[in-house]
Design a binder for this molecule. Sequence first.
Ligand SMILES: Nc1ncnc2c1ncn2[C@@H]1O[C@H](COP(=O)(O)OP(=O)(O)OP(=O)(O)O)[C@@H](O)[C@H]1O
Length: 329
Amino acid sequence: MNPQPTAVAEAQPQPQRDSAIACRGLVRIYAAKGIEVQALQGLDLDIASGELVAIVGASGSGKSTLLGILSAHDRPTAGTAVVAGMPVQALTRAQRLHYRRRVVGFVWQNTERNLVPYLSIEDNLTLARSLGSGRRPAGARSTTAAQLVELMGIGDVLGRLPGEISGGQRQRAAIAVGLVNEPEVLLADEPTGELDDATSAEVLEMMRLVNHELGTTTLIVTHDATVSEHVGRTIQIRDGRISSEVFRDHHDILSGSGVHREFTVVDSVGRMQLPTEYLAALQIRDRARLELLEDHVGVFPETPRQPAPTAEGRPEPRQKPEPKEGDDD
Ligand SMILES: Nc1ncnc2c1ncn2[C@@H]1O[C@H](COP(=O)(O)OP(=O)(O)OP(=O)(O)O)[C@@H](O)[C@H]1O
């Protein structure tokens, strides 16, 4: 007899089959000097294979904590993170090494973390390639270092040391090093953090090009709000949870149009975050009244807002919150 699924089992969301990254209920609690900080509070995330996604958020929102878990440098207190089919929280030491050398590639903010300073760019590529060498699965893509050099436009700096080239060239070389072992996923932590605006845009465009040409799933974690102009999906993280997502299609990115759609995220148990400006505009604090209407859910202040009286004693008409750029429905 087949056991009947319980309500609890049904409520557990399963990772999507084609997800390159699937996080379920990620919690990370830091305990220091008797004080606990909950850096991630039940974060759910799905990134499809081949997607280019940015995660943005204020300082302290949990971005680095998430990247630490996805890069297998840290373990979650609870929840799961599956990257390219590997459960990162449960890897053995040997699997972690393989994972960091072959399954994921990295681009960090600091040059010293990306490139060995006393080796030429060419030797950095060779070293990274040799560290990640091993038996390759049949049918693996055969992106060569030479192809990456051409794609990144770093052919004329191969013989130079990292300290002898510009910041933009260094980050392009770092992207090539991060991809030289043909990882399934490229993780980038503030890759434009030390660059000026023009060079940042150039490096982000390079990441977009690589994603488009090679199809490598790419996750960029950044403070840089302009990143959304270069990627298909921008995820906003707030208080250790995903709060909203902005989508742009490939055509919008190429044409530079400002068209985008913003969505708030509803997690697996139905929680969602309302933008703080909406809460302020409607004076919603601890509680909101929900109404299920024919084709939408209404969210209302617990008690109707009292309009401020005008000079003539008449109430002011209600102010709607300003629509955001790109709101078209
Ligand atoms: N090792 C640690 N010990 C204690 N608390 C920590 C530790 N690392 C991070 N935190 C806390 O966890 C929360 C999330 O931090 P995290 O570094 O992930 O945020 P962030 O979004 O990456 O911030 P930033 O953009 O400034 O790097 C913050 O409140 C932070 O103070």
